[in-house]
Design a protein. Sequence first.
Length: 370
Amino acid sequence: MENTIKLLGNVKNPKTGKTLGDEERWVNAEANENGQVIITYKRDGISPQEKRQIEDDIVDALKSQYDEDKILVKTVSSSETPSAQKPTAAHANLKVGHGVNGNKKRIPNVKKVIAVSSCKGGVGKSTVSVNLALSLKKLGNKVGILDADIYGPSLPLLLNKKGVKPEATEDKKIRPLEAYGLSFISFGLFIDEGDPVIWRGPMLGGVLNQFFFDTKWDELDYLIIDLPPGTGDTQLSLVQNTEVDGVVVVSTPQSVAIADTIKGLKMFQQVNTPVLGMVENMSYFSPDGKEEKYYIFGKDGVKNISTELEVPFLGHIPLEMVMREGGDSGKPYMADDTYKDNEGYASYMDIAEKVAKIGKEKGFFGKLFK
Ligand SMILES: Nc1ncnc2c1ncn2[C@@H]1O[C@H](COP(=O)(O)OP(=O)(O)OP(=O)(O)O)[C@@H](O)[C@H]1O
Ligand SMILES: [Mg+2]
């Protein structure tokens, strides 16, 4: 680690020309069991463009020592820097293995973990999770999906596997099910629909941890996590314990409220999880064979908020009856090539390409996070 610290010595704040060490911005450098090195610095007053420049410079500085895709750069603002980690002198504050991410674990065998989140319920999170997973698969990726909604699991229905019980592997791990070329696991596969919801709460931590760390995924390029709605303790503990590479926030143009959105984004900020962007679902409706668009829930609500918060806008998904029917009948929309000329189909492909691209560029924090 000493060498890592030395290599970072020349990384500068492009705005001031001073090194990050001179500006006492370094918070932590640590290596984890996956061979990754995680560098954390304070981003106060640094714009998204400058942030990208700094990230590039950090990667350049370290690439002689680590593979580029093993170098992770994280940022914190002063208000979230624990006082024990406050730097006392340039570089001296770099500690090994005591970072803000110290307790987060990576899900084994998964390259990128993407959580799909929403502030409100019923906006189409599960539908987007499944169809985004299928679109990423169409781009040539191996994709899994994990239903973390313990109170209202919907994946067994959406993927037509209701009542199927997952098997244990020889080493007593959970073997995910396969559907439409996706691997998936859901709490719904372990309970009967009639079971009272009340006992689910206390089980939550244990069950989710088992899902995250005891499911034996075959090598996956992406694991999509369908989160429960809102920003409750469940979501927070989930993202605190698991290394999530990026978040996709879903909303309808109507149900997007700036206060809720900021609250949601802040939750991810607290745990250093990049927000890849926002998706507007149920954007408009066009009757069959007609050009007109009816903006039933208002126009561009999500797009406008994402512009305001400088979070990437990933795209509009129209209301299509076949999307709802596909969900209810366990045959997801993007698994059915009949719809390949529909606008929704093109939107999903476009969103998947953007997610892959933005994710590759190591995620993105909005203006909110300066
Ligand atoms: N673009 C769309 N066009 C038509 N129907 C849609 C669309 N998006 C979602 N739906 C339908 O809306 C309903 C709610 O969607 P979904 O269950 O995916 O929402 P959710 O955000 O996951 O809900 P919850 O908060 O309960 O988990 C479902 O019946 C789904 O089929
Ligand atoms: Mg859902």
